[in-house]
Ligand binder design. Sequence first.
Ligand SMILES: [Zn+2]
Ligand SMILES: [Zn+2]
Length: 296
Amino acid sequence: MVPAFFDARLPLEPPWRRWVTRALVLADQAARRTVDLLFPPACPACGASPPDGLAQHLLCRDCLEACWPKPEPACRRCGVWLPVVGDQSLSCPHCAARRDPWPLNSVCFLGPYSDVHREFVLRMKHRTHEALVVAMGRVLGDYCRVFFGGEAPDAVVPLPVPWRRRIAGAFDRCAILATLVAGELDRPYRHILKYRRTPRKQGMLTPHQRRLNVRGAFTTRGRYVIKGKRLLLIDDVLTTGATASEAARVLRASGAARVDLAVVARAMPPSASPVPPTNPSRTDTNSSLGNALRNA
Ligand SMILES: [Zn+2]
Ligand SMILES: [Zn+2]
């Protein structure tokens, strides 16, 4: 039997319609090329318009190289640089010294909270730099693919913004980052967490005050099944870890099998210092960006 979509009784598309469609497509392509020629796409980080255009990550090659992770050995569990070359144990001195259990299984980050990564994170707080947030979301997602390898999470979860700050016009950069990371990992984006109350801003608080400030601040949305899931939290920066670890604690208490964190930058304690690269977990072996940089 002839399938319905081959039914001869259906009217054929007249030739003039195909020609018009083709002409419109060509006109659209020509218009885009003209706009690119007159106003070359600029790197959202440095503003340069490279002659060979922007890479798929929307940054110029120099900015990509500057923000791509350097292979300094870091504690997989908390992200702090390891004091001993080749030491990949799960208990770095900082993890060993913790009084509270650390609920994050691993911390994936692009670089330390200094120099270029710090500058990017500070600019990403403003809505005017949304294009930079999108670019960094793609880079972070690409690096997450390398970092997690075959153990990609079940879902990507942004750190939420309190509704009061959202009403006041706060820019939800974590949601944008998480959407792009989810796209790169081909995993669903889930807005699982929400604030039960609005904590004070963390910036001027001591580490102890930060922990007290966010304790009990999060809860989960009831419509999601969390039990047994591997979740990837997304934030822009990890400083003391008070907010991310409280969010992870809530997710674990709701039944999550593991909670990892991915951030653009990780603040290092003053005692931590980079050591020569030996740790393969922070190299660019499998990413499209890593390949692009190597082939440059
Ligand atoms: Zn640039
Ligand atoms: Zn550690």
